[in-house]
Design a protein around this ligand. Structure first.
Ligand SMILES: [Mn+2]
Length: 382
């Protein structure tokens, strides 16, 4: 049986005030194409379906359209809520849609949600474990030792009663570590604590043939080649510019035989960083290097103040998201105490200030411009 694994769709997300909805729609269509090409039996979505607990109406209709198209093609869908989702809203009408082959675990009530499929190799059990806080698990399972995420996930997995000679898949959404190894994180996950109370050690996954993870946005394995973060389908921060986004293709044959590979996803607009002075970045050579419609983070190295850098950049790169002004600021040891400067002329002080901020010579031309400004402002000759 073949599955496509994705996670962290974050439908409705804004990145630097740009709506990602069109990009998300585009990538979801690409996913449908891959599912068809691969002739997959099912799609796994391991949490963070939406970006917020109350998603905007447009985001709901994008997901609705995506799921409906798959259901119409007879593709089974397995999904859980992540830390960004509202468990109740994700789980809405779940028992009705199950008849259509859409299996959702939103809320957790102490019962393990498990679906058993069959093919020529026998039973295949799919366990759905949504993101749940330890306090909720403790309440339902009435186990005192549940204080942290690790023990709460361990306790919830115990409820599944893994049948060892059958094939088992788990869907879940946590910060998984493996001993001292931690996953590589980005700026878009809102991981609150690293290396502390939020982590779950991969040792809890014993008995599973594949663990479909969500939460971390870079595709990667942790604690074994069969324990895998699918990663977000598109880049959600500039820390992800070098990520290769993908979906995972998992094929399970007889017990113990699992083939895992990835299919790369290509966004409408890539994310990219450029750096230089404004003139360089607006030059023909740099412009033709890549798609001007990419989402751009521009670092400007100009020494002088620039009027409306973002507007200028957007005249060529319409999707400029961020502009960082990188001044060659020298250290503070040159800052002069007030006593030392009180008897000096304004232009002298400005010269020193200019040099200490930019590290450059205050040349004749600049001197003339500044002289004029000071004279006009003070009404006195410099
Ligand atoms: Mn996420």
């Amino acid at each position: 049986m073949k599955f496509i694994h994705t996670a962290d769709l974050h439908i409705g997300k804004f990145v630097n005030e740009f709506s990602m909805l069109k990009d998300q729609e585009y990538i979801l269509n690409q996913m449908i194409d891959i599912i068809e090409e691969e002739q997959a039996d099912g799609l796994i979505i391991a949490g963070d379906i939406y970006d917020r607990s109350i998603p905007p109406a447009e985001a709901v209709s994008v997901l609705d359209n995506f799921l409906s198209r798959l259901v119409d093609k007879g593709i089974r869908i397995f999904m859980i809520s992540g830390n960004h989702d509202s468990p109740e809203r994700i789980g809405f009408a779940k028992s009705i849609v199950e008849e259509k082959g859409l299996y959702i675990a939103g809320t957790y009530d102490g019962n393990a949600r498990s679906i058993t499929l069959q093919d020529k190799y026998g039973n295949l059990n799919i366990h759905l474990l949504p993101f749940v806080k330890p306090a909720v698990v403790k309440y339902y399972l009435q186990e005192d030792k549940i204080e942290d995420y690790h023990h709460s996930v361990e306790a919830m997995i115990k409820k599944f009663d893994i049948v060892e000679n059958e094939r088992n898949i788990l869907l879940t959404h946590y910060f998984i570590t493996s001993g001292a190894t931690i996953p590589e994180i980005s700026d878009s996950e809102s991981v609150i604590s690293v290396g502390g109370v939020d982590n779950v050690d991969a040792s809890v996954f014993e008995g599973y043939d594949y663990v479909a993870l969500g939460h971390i946005h870079r595709p990667q394995i942790i604690g074994g080649s069969h324990i895998r973060y699918a990663g977000s389908p598109i880049k959600y921060s500039f820390s992800e510019v070098h990520h290769k986004k993908s979906v995972t293709v998992i094929e399970l044959k007889e017990k113990g035989k699992v083939d895992i590979r990835t299919r790369e996803l290509t966004p409408i607009h890539n994310m990219r960083k450029i750096k230089g002075n404004l003139k360089e970045l607006m030059s023909e050579d740099i412009i033709k290097e890549a798609d001007v419609n990419d989402y751009i983070q521009a670092t400007l190295t100009d020494a002088d103040e620039i009027m409306d850098p973002i507007g200028t950049l957007r005249s060529v790169y319409p999707n400029t998201m961020q502009v960082i002004i990188e001044k060659n600021i020298k250290n503070n040891e040159n800052v002069v105490a007030f006593e030392k400067i009180k008897n000096r002329s304004t232009i002298d002080i400005y010269e020193e200030f200019y040099q200490s901020v930019t590290g450059q010579e205050f040349d004749e031309k600049r001197y003339e411009v500044m002289k004029e400004i000071i004279e006009e402002a003070s009404g006195e000759e410099v």
